[in-house]
Design a protein around this ligand. Sequence first.
Ligand code: ATP
Ligand code: MG
Length: 452
Amino acid sequence: MSENKKAEKIVGIKGMNDLLPLDAHLWELFENTAQSVVQSYGFQQIRTPIVEETRLFARAIGAVTDIVEKEMYSFTDSMNGDQLTLRPEGTAGVVRSVLEHNLVYNGPMRMWYKGPMFRHEKPQRGRYRQFHQFGCEAVGFTGPDVDAEMIMMCRRLWDDLGLDKIRLELNSIGDAAERAAHRVELIKYFEANIDVLDEEAKRRLHANPLRILDTKNPAMQDLVNNAPKLMAYLGEASLAHFEGVQKILKANNIPFTINTRLVRGLDYYNRTVFEWVTDELGAQGTVCAGGRYDPLIESFGGKPTPAVGFAMGIERLIELMKANGEPAAANQCDVYLVHQGEAAQMQAFILGERLRDAGLDVVMHCAALTGAGSFKSQMKKADGSGASFAVIIGEDEVTNNTAAVKAMRAQEGEQQQATVAFDDVVDYIVDQIADGGEEHHHFHVHDENCKH
Ligand code: ATP
Ligand code: MG
């Protein structure tokens, strides 16, 4: 590199975002809440690789879909020539894994997953090239009970997150034979209105006409609204299943609307399909989408195994949480350690470890590019950290073997600062937190998942 040429900056890939520390609290809150909700229904985690064979997705999702036609990040493994793809969604990998490991041999399984998905889309608000989904799959259940259970689980999650502006849309797309009968009429109808179809719809007319109902093209809305309804072609069993789902939802006070145009983008769905939609996010308002996919596993060579699942778009839900007033930055710690001089720093190290032994989150002030900083600037940092307590150790404290404990969030009339014997600091702070009750809600003992 020449000396007077500045090093060129390398930036991230378009449509693939960094999760910055400022937002981390929201992601943790979402993920922890989602995990604990689905675990309370008996769902267990499954993690599958991000890369799978391309043909897995082509088969599971369907050739004539947005994803497979134009959105997959596919590449040839330069080591051995394998055709591989970065997963665009989670169901295909879970189904592969279920079959590969014979997971439902001993009966049905409830599973959840989370992680990044990749689609080559035009980046815009709520639509990214790397995005994240939290999803569930219940494999081996015929329903309609488990369909309703999944929907109720979502509802519980929205409630736990305090999100009330999400509504449920529900539909049934029947089975393959019912769709075939409807399809004949649908193609006739679209052919009679061929002038109104856009290029994409024309292309799909004979391959996947149902998907035309899913169009977002404003010029085609009247046309699709008046198209023959699949609902009219459903047979007794499909209707009974659909009724069954609705009955359970009604009994549990879960409001929904039936949207007969809801078909879902993926080919392998049947019967129940649903979406959770909000008006708070502009055009990309679907925060969760799911449905039944009874034929999929058999089509992969497994025994007939009914299944139902959903996936949530985490980015969209985080944005909704922000719009709902969820504060972006959480408290960094319970205690911030302020010190001056080498001896005080040594004491601070010892105290920090003792406080952490007691289950507290502790940030110790450390030298930055600007130096360690004055007491005043350290106290500013302590304040900014959101800590409930600052512990201050200076030369006097070292000499007297004490520490000054300052309650950062003390109410009026409460004691602000106390000098405490060094060996008593941990007990003193733990007692204060116990007395303070509600006010010091950032205190928590480290039990894996409840961190926010
Ligand atoms: P759309 O019709 O909006 O493209 P889709 O049918 O492709 O949606 P699904 O495959 O059902 O979406 O994905 C489930 C959820 O994942 C969506 O409802 C959305 O919340 C989220 N999602 C899908 N694609 C993206 C993306 N590119 N960026 C961010 N979130 C996404
Ligand atoms: Mg899409």
